[in-house]
Design a protein around this ligand. Sequence first.
Ligand SMILES: C[S@@+](CC[C@H](N)C(=O)[O-])C[C@H]1O[C@@H](n2cnc3c(N)ncnc32)[C@H](O)[C@@H]1O
Length: 236
Amino acid sequence: MAGAPGQESRNRSMPDNKYGKLFANHALYDYLLTHSYRPNVHLDELHQVTMKHRRAGMCSPPDSIPLLQLLVHLVNAKKIVEVGVFTGYTSLGMALALPEGGRIYACDISDEYPAVGRPSWKAAGVEDKIDLRIAPASETMDSFLQNGEEETFDMGFIDADKSGYDTYYEQLLKLLRPGGVIVVDNTLWDGSVTDPERQDPDTVAIRAINDKIFKDDRVTMCMLPVSDGVTIALKK
Ligand SMILES: C[S@@+](CC[C@H](N)C(=O)[O-])C[C@H]1O[C@@H](n2cnc3c(N)ncnc32)[C@H](O)[C@@H]1O
């Protein structure tokens, strides 16, 4: 992202990454990345650290970063809720695109994973833009609503426990101003959404939120084959 700290092109080689779940053709995925993801030293370092973590599979792949950063710019976001931080790879990506004074309220149930990413946030100079809220995300968002912060947020990113997606979506619809966007991750769920044998609670919850958003007149929406499937819902 032009102008963002550390965004200068160190070299064009990609960080070690798992391939986008939707891409069986790795050469094509590399092509997509080298024409979409602009290397950033801090993001690359955090991605490499995260890929060594025992829960590495929870981290979004790099193709999600340009999409999130573009959305931050498109909606002129200054106030974002992120539901599900892990090591904060996506938090860092969004923070790099935020203007001075912008904040990400980054919700996670534990500080264990975000602590891994904090040195990278600091090195990138965006630590102050990531306001960690350690509690169940629904409680954190309830507290925003109780504080009278309805319709004051510009963007929400849902990437946590799948059984909570419906609750998070409804809370974010209250918290976002009209014209704000909700980004929902994992909406193609590694292909499980079309597998009739997959009836586990997470897959059922993903199908339910996909059906709901598709029919929801409160938003204009689009499902994209980025990352593990990303749905963007713009609040009318
Ligand atoms: C898929 S990871 C987030 C990945 C991150 N957005 C990224 O792409 O780098 C999901 C995170 O949600 C957190 N989580 C799970 N249940 C939660 C809850 N009820 N409230 C808040 N966070 C939760 C987990 O601790 C985990 O860090």
